[in-house]
Design a protein around this ligand. Structure first.
Ligand SMILES: NC(=O)C1=CN([C@@H]2O[C@H](COP(=O)(O)OP(=O)(O)OC[C@H]3O[C@@H](n4cnc5c(N)ncnc54)[C@H](O)[C@@H]3O)[C@@H](O)[C@H]2O)C=CC1
Ligand SMILES: CC(=O)C(=O)O
Length: 306
């Protein structure tokens, strides 16, 4: 039998769609980690872990079912547990159902390894990251959420179709909240070292229409097939890889930004200590107003649930 990798990543809620897609993405990306699938429904965790372990036979990672106690001793703990949206339901409506689940999960994980990093994915992710940090007892830099990394990927794909440039060479963010209060950071967007909006193909584009397409994409997928999971699976696995390998890659993710006094979706460099650096994004006056709306919406919910 091959030796067990030294680093461990646990996926809580791994019996469900997002958790299984995340565990599978970790294995398929070749992350050399022991991936534990943990779920309150033991049989779902067992089935997903066995299925994903079949995909791992030629990869450096391994996958098995795990317990909450084992998960608490992981290097990275990814939380995807909880209720998902019904068609047309906003993410914010999940808070009543999911905040109790997140609090009970943080209790079940205790004692949590002091160097562990928690990556929240369950929605509403900006608020639940705040709740997870407070209930886990870990420092703020070690508790983050996937935030608008997924939305920014959706944006970069759409911009790639318009400009004909690879999405990896388009630097553009959805910011604020992974929810209805997200906004596009058009004024900070860059392509080939130039402002994105100066690209000839962007001149005749309706920016509001692109924004709406990105902001609505999850609703469209949920209406069509019930839930979204492949995109977030690869996003969560990529963030986990940055945490394990200390890459200091910049992601628009949920992190605590001192000057705003709350967790929100904002660019940060991610390494082995969690958040290594947060950035001051250049915004125009309209974008500043949208940022204020996102901060107010997040703070209002946080104040009710803490
Ligand atoms: N942040 C993001 O970009 C995204 C977030 N999500 C969110 O991810 C969450 C999960 O969505 P799906 O996987 O589609 O739902 P799902 O219903 O397929 O899976 C949820 C899983 O959580 C488990 N669970 C419930 N309570 C638990 C507990 N106390 N401990 C451990 N496991 C528990 C369930 O047994 C189930 O296996 C939802 O909140 C959804 O909104 C979904 C897509 C993208
Ligand atoms: C469900 C969700 O949060 C998303 O796909 O963006």
């Amino acid at each position: 039998m091959a030796s067990v990798p030294k680093q461990r990543v646990s996926v809580i809620g791994g019996g469900g769609n997002v958790g299984a897609a995340t565990a599978f993405s970790l294995i398929a990306k070749g992350v050399p980690a022991e991936v534990l699938v943990v779920d309150v429904v033991d049989k779902a965790a067992e089935g997903q872990a066995l299925d994903i372990s079949d995909a791992a036979f030629m990869m450096p990672g391994i996958c098995r079912k795990g317990t909450f106690k084992e998960a608490g001793q992981s290097d990275v703990i990814i939380v995807t547990a909880g209720a998902r949206q019904q068609p047309n339901e906003p993410r914010s409506a999940l808070i009543d159902r999911n905040y109790k689940i997140i609090k009970s999960i943080m209790d079940s994980l205790q004692p949590i390894k002091q160097t562990a990093k928690i990556l929240m994915v369950s929605n509403p992710v900006d608020v639940l990251t705040d709740i997870a940090q407070k209930t886990s007892g870990l420092p703020r830099n070690q508790v983050i959420g996937s935030g608008t990394y997924l939305d920014s990927g959706r944006l970069r794909n759409a911009l790639s179709e318009i400009t004909g440039v690879s999405p990896t060479s388009i630097h553009a963010y959805m910011l604020g909240e992974h929810g209805d209060n997200q906004f596009t950071g058009w004024s900070s967007a860059r392509i080939g070292g130039r402002p994105l909006l100066e690209h000839p193909k962007m001149k005749e584009i309706d920016l509001d229409k692109i924004y709406e397409q990105i902001q609505r994409k999850a609703y469209v997928i949920i209406e069509a097939k019930g839930s979204t999971y492949y995109g977030i699976g690869i996003c969560a696995a990529t963030i986990a890889e940055a945490l394990l390998n200390n890459t200091n890659q910049v992601f628009p993710i949920v992190n605590y930004v001192e000057k705003f006094g709350c967790y929100l979706s904002w660019p940060a460099a991610i390494g082995c200590d969690g958040v290594e650096q947060s950035f001051d994004v250049k915004l125009d006056s309209e974008e500043c107003k949208k940022l204020d709306s996102a901060i107010n919406a997040i703070k209002e919910v946080c104040s009710k649930y803490n």
